[in-house]
Design a protein around this ligand. Structure first.
Ligand code: NAD
Ligand code: LMR
Length: 348
């Protein structure tokens, strides 16, 4: 009995220790485009993250709401972080007005840019949004070169390669530029949950490739609920995930694209980045420079650690449908990556 008690004690101690909350991180975070459709709810969700010490809302002087107003609103949440608003001007080098919000930032979330209208593809937004992203990314290179830049702005498939190459040319780490594809995972989980009757909270379908049309490849076979889908339903479910963004664009009827679900997904990704920075590693799918296929940029699971992306994981086993689809992904994605590389070549 005495022996059993002696053994039990360290176990109980270990259990109590495991329950002790680890101290939260203290990270300044910036939302560029923080007054937009995604920016405002994303800023709110980030203000509620225990790892955020300071939240800067940055947007233009022509934005739908003054950044100071969004900040003054969020500052009343019962959370530890301070919130400040900063106003800028559209691509007016040397972008000095970004020095204060960006200096010391660990994570910069970028939902700044035009959304789609019905009939447009994400690719149609490339030129205008790439110019917006370039101004912001160059300011980050100058004022917070170590920060993780989470690129939400579309078309992710071309903008991330363009901005990562610009970072490379400046001698900075291109892996700091990460394309946020989390909304595709969120949608795949939701749709599989609806179809199988399982709780989407416990579903995690990896979505690989890219973030536009056929480049979005949900790998249902790698999730325990996803693999329950009858084979004849898989092509429709796959298409449902690919078309989900367009469904929102059409339902919003010219007034924008997904904002609330994107804010939810962006905050999931942003929180995972901050968790990784604080030493609690997390794995999420994301689009970044990659060698897991023969394409130089790809979305796949990545391990987020103390410096951002720590490891790009292999795509794992694919079934017959997914293997075929991967070839389709590569054809479209290659062209979209090339547009990004050309942009970087012409604009550095
Ligand atoms: P929005 O028009 O509602 O908001 C965009 C905001 O960006 C505005 O407040 C605008 O003033 C600001 N902005 C524009 N240029 C800026 C600059 N140079 N500096 C700072 N702020 C600037 O658009 P939205 O619905 O929030 O969408 C934003 C972007 O996110 C779009 O490109 C959209 O396609 C993309 N998006 C991506 C995903 C994804 O899964 N990655 C999902 C949804 C939307
Ligand atoms: C989405 O997937 O909802 C976004 O990329 C926005 C869009 O244009 O569809």
């Amino acid at each position: 009995k005495v022996k059993a008690k002696a053994k039990a004690e360290p176990k109980a101690k270990a259990k109590a220790k495991a329950k002790e909350p680890k101290p939260a991180g203290n990270y300044p975070v910036v939302v560029c485009g923080g007054c937009g459709g995604i920016g405002q709810p994303l800023a709110m969700l980030m203000a509620m993250d225990k790892n955020v010490s300071e939240l800067c809302i940055y947007d233009l002087d022509i934005s739908p709401m003054p950044p100071a107003g969004v900040a003054q609103d969020l500052i009343h949440l019962e959370r530890k972080c301070t919130v400040k608003g900063y106003v800028g001007k559209l691509n007016e080098p040397p972008m000095n007005f970004m020095e204060e919000p960006l200096t010391g930032a660990h994570l910069v979330l970028i939902p700044a840019g035009l959304p789609r209208k019905p009939g447009q593809t994400r690719d149609d937004l490339f030129k205008i949004n790439a110019d917006i992203a370039k101004g912001l990314v160059e300011a980050c290179a100058k004022y917070c070169p170590e920060a993780v830049l989470a690129m939400i702005v579309n078309p992710v498939n071309s903008i991330v390669p363009a901005m990562a190459e610009l970072y490379k040319k400046k001698g900075l780490d291109p892996m700091k530029i990460i394309g946020v594809t989390t909304l595709d995972i969120v949608r795949a989980n939701k749709f599989v949950g609806e179809e199988t009757g399982k709780n989407p909270n416990f579903i995690n379908v990896p979505v690989i490739g890219g973030h536009a049309g056929a480049t979005i490849l949900p790998v249902f076979s790698q999730d325990k609920a996803g693999k329950l889908l009858p084979a004849e339903k898989v092509p429709d479910m796959d298409k449902h995930v690919q078309d989900a963004g367009t469904d929102v664009v059409n339902a919003k009827n010219g007034k924008g694209s997904a904002t609330l679900s994107m804010a939810y997904a962006g905050a999931r990704f942003g929180s995972a980045v901050l968790s990784g920075l604080s030493g609690r590693r997390r794995t999420e799918c994301a689009y970044c420079a990659s060698t897991v296929t023969d394409l130089p940029y790809f979305a796949q699971p990545v391990v987020l650690g103390p410096k951002g992306i720590e490891k790009v994981l292999p795509i794992g086993e694919l079934n017959e449908h997914e293997t075929k689809r991967l070839e389709e992904v590569k054809v479209q994605l290659k062209g979209e990556i090339d547009s990004g590389l050309k942009y970087a070549e012409a604009n550095s």
